[in-house]
Design a protein around this ligand. Sequence first.
Ligand code: B1M
Length: 210
Amino acid sequence: MSIYLEISENLQKGKAKIVKELVQKAVDDGLSAAQILNEGLLSGMNIIGEKFKNNEVYVPEVLVAARAMNMGMQILKPLLVEDGVQSTGRVCIGTVQGDLHDIGKNLVKMMMEGKGLEVVDLGTDVSPETFIKTAVEQNCQIICCSALLTTTMEVMADVVKCAENAGVRDKVKIMVGGAPVTEEFCAQIGADKYTSDAASAADAAVELCR
Ligand code: B1M
């Protein structure tokens, strides 16, 4: 079995320590950081993402796989920076103002990182102004808003308005999601993209960044 496949399979099983050791071994053997990332870690995360979409695995499996991915990334990150490997794109993400739920938002973040996107995590209770300011200052192509409460999903409309008022609406895409959010709501507030789950959000973000 190739070391890439070994990394991918152990990542899917959430075996963080083994993934870290295998990534270190691959680096020591002289394999390129980009190839270890793409054919090992990202390949494993993609498989988990697809299985999550199809309800073949659930939140706990995704969380342990993401932990394993992060362990592998600890070794690769400095090498990738040295090699100047390009990320797929840059996005900022947060749970909207008034809302403290972050489990779904964190899953979306992990899936996006699993697709090679750089993710600026603003945490929870994020104001529309903070989303816009971050997107502008950190050159994010997409603002990703999560909401779990019917009372806070309305803040997403303010994020769209705030981007319009700041004159940046044509420069940044706005993605929305979370349990109470729907495709209709997304269209109604003038956001760009709604997805119902974390894996689809990551796929959509990669498409939008292209
Ligand atoms: Co809260 N809570 N909660 N809660 N909580 C809900 C959401 C609720 C449905 C429970 C209920 O009444 N049945 C209800 C909302 C009702 C409503 O608005 N209609 C509710 C309430 C009322 C509240 C409080 C107001 C309770 C109170 O204090 N009286 C309070 C609000 C606090 C606040 O935010 N200001 C509150 C507090 C909390 C806890 C702190 C205790 C805790 C949050 C802990 C945390 O997140 N760190 C909590 C929890 C855990 C829940 C439930 C049980 C689980 C939510 C969750 O994490 N789901 C929830 C009931 C339920 O759903 N069964 C409930 C798992 C997560 C993976 O799913 O976030 O939907 P989700 O993410 C999915 C998709 O939606 C999507 O991807 C994810 C996975 O694929 N997705 C995106 C998410 N964001 C996306 C963004 C995208 C794309 C997809 O693009 C950008």
